[in-house]
Design a protein around this ligand. Sequence first.
Ligand code: SF4
Ligand code: SF4
Ligand SMILES: [Zn+2]
Ligand SMILES: [Zn+2]
Ligand SMILES: [Zn+2]
Length: 379
Amino acid sequence: MKTMIYNFRRNIMQNIISANMIASCGLDCGICKRALTGTNPCPGCLGPDEKKPEFCRERCGIILCGKRIENGYKYCDECPDYPCADVMEKENRYTSKYPLYESPGENLRVIREHGMEKFLENEREKFTCKECGHVVSVHTGVCSGCGKQYGAQVIQVFDDTWRIENGMVRFFLLKGTEKALLIDSGMTVRHAKQIASALTGLPVFLLNTHADGDHTGGNGQFESFYMHPADEAQYRQDGKTGRVIPVADGDEINLGGRILKIIHLPGHTPGSIAVLDVNHRVLISGDPVQEHGHIFMFGEHRNMKDYIVSLETLEKRTNEFDEIWPSHADFPIYPDCISKLRKGAEKIINGEVTGKETEFFGRKIMVYDLGFTAFLCGE
Ligand code: SF4
Ligand code: SF4
Ligand SMILES: [Zn+2]
Ligand SMILES: [Zn+2]
Ligand SMILES: [Zn+2]
């Protein structure tokens, strides 16, 4: 019975993504937060006016467009003025300002080239919650069924700095006077570059703290990116493309009035690097330094001895930063955690702490839970 109710609700939600919810500009109203609310849901752009919110009823230039109404255009791409300024405003907003990526223009192109059914199938695939089967809102990234958060949540830390939370991982956007730098590109965010351009208005470059997939998911938007060359082989193994601009320990990147120093921290991966933001006295650490997180140290490219040496390097430089911004778990954390991690790692390789054998995606690993963080090591 439970399964039947679940499937019934799931079908109702999936019907929201349907042809009568596709607006003239190509926007899918089925993923709009106003269409996904429990009380008085909006029927979509093509629905009766009295049920729509004020903006979509009285101020949207596309809905009100006389040319569209007079000529009876179903979709704006039939219009000789396409894409007009109103359409472009909507396109720019939906491809850069929300947690999930939606391109009304791309939608119309897919509908023209592959038909409505194929488009709806793709759209449902993109916006259906993997946990419960309900639709996820493009505006909030929140599933309308179970509340799970998807996509990018952008949080401003300083005037010129943002952190972008993407589920279990976070990445960063730093702005100088001449250029902006994304530090990692997230796991499932496909529009990190658009988000960064919209927030900063500057040319956007990318640096990866290391090659693990949860840090390089949005790399496809960049032709080149800074990465330590020792991680390139691992990056290519996953079939990823783009040109590596090699960086090494001691290198500096100048964003215009903002100097970033590269610190090589091999161990978690051979090419792991941290970025020292000199102006703000912040260390953006990637994966090696975490509190209440899980530091992955199993697999052939991890090396616990190198990791300990890297932490010793950082311990000698704690006079250069006040905060540490890791890619996972607690945020921010403070320099005193570096010694705790180094001592914990030493105890693990000296056999002074007992681990717990666990299965992780079909492989046996040892978990050493030290309370302040856990290390996941090989057998
Ligand atoms: S509020 Fe506007 S964008 Fe959202 S579903 Fe209604 S008509 Fe579409
Ligand atoms: S593209 Fe043409 S029909 Fe669509 S809103 Fe602009 S002017 Fe109107
Ligand atoms: Zn859900
Ligand atoms: Zn990693
Ligand atoms: Zn990671």
